[in-house]
Write a protein that binds this ligand. Structure first.
Ligand code: MN
Length: 228
């Protein structure tokens, strides 16, 4: 048996809806710029191919969490997103087979230190500090494919203190879930436990201390966090 010189870290995980079970999280991939209106609001070209960034697996946060306002930012933003949970890994996955690799879906919130992201973009530096900070990957209870099907359309919205800030439809995604999975699996070997945040519709904006931020996706579920 392996003897570790310090206690090994716990396995990060997210809740499975309506059960006491947990889904173990291996890695977190996020798609940048996947809704045309959000691409435009950020001043980018909507015809660009998809690209990815990552968050640490242990940045995942459950529904109902109370989050401290993160350090080194004055502009924390919400990003409502459909989260795909990978149940079966693989390399070189064809689009036609991609959905068979999905375990389930959840509503998520890709919390972003927007000011750090803007500085990183300007300096040509990585986005890690803007996107991959502690407790930045908010993920609601996962529902298995048997419960949700494979949602390709449906309303996705974000409310802050009950006021709608983002509203879109999954059908507006530039790159579909099968295309995203196929694209990822061309570059890396997908593994069971990987989560994929699939991009956010227009209307991203700041969260202040004391705000409650809810994301809701028709047929998938919701997730709510409060900023302390
Ligand atoms: Mn995002």
């Amino acid at each position: 048996m392996t003897r570790f010189v310090i206690p090994p870290p716990a396995t990060p995980s997210v809740a499975v809806a309506d059960t006491p079970d947990r889904f173990p999280v291996r890695r977190i991939f996020c798609v940048g710029r996947n809704y045309a209106a959000h691409v435009r609001e950020m001043g980018n070209d909507e015809r660009e191919p998809p690209f990815f960034f990552t968050k640490p697996a242990d940045s995942v946060v459950d529904d109902g969490a109370i989050l401290d306002y993160p350090p080194e930012t004055q502009n924390l933003h919400h990003e409502a997103e459909l989260v795909v949970a990978i149940g079966t890994g693989g390399r070189e996955i064809a689009e036609a087979d991609a959905l068979s690799h999905v375990w389930g879906y959840a509503a998520g919130n890709d919390l972003t230190r927007r000011d750090l992201q803007a500085a990183a973009k300007k300096a040509g530096r990585p986005w890690d500090w803007a996107k991959g900070f502690d407790r930045s990957a908010v993920c609601g209870p996962l529902r298995p494919v048997a419960a949700t099907g494979h949602p390709a359309s449906g309303r996705i919205l974000c409310r802050v203190n009950g006021e709608t800030r983002q509203e879109g439809d999954l059908a507006e995604m530039i790159w579909s879930v099968p295309e995203i999975i196929a694209s990822l699996a061309r570059s890396i070997e997908l593994q069971p436990g990987d989560l994929v945040f699939t991009g956010t519709p227009a209307g991203v904006g700041p969260l202040e201390r004391g705000d409650t931020c809810e994301v809701e996706i028709a047929g998938v579920g919701g997730v709510s966090v409060k900023i302390a």
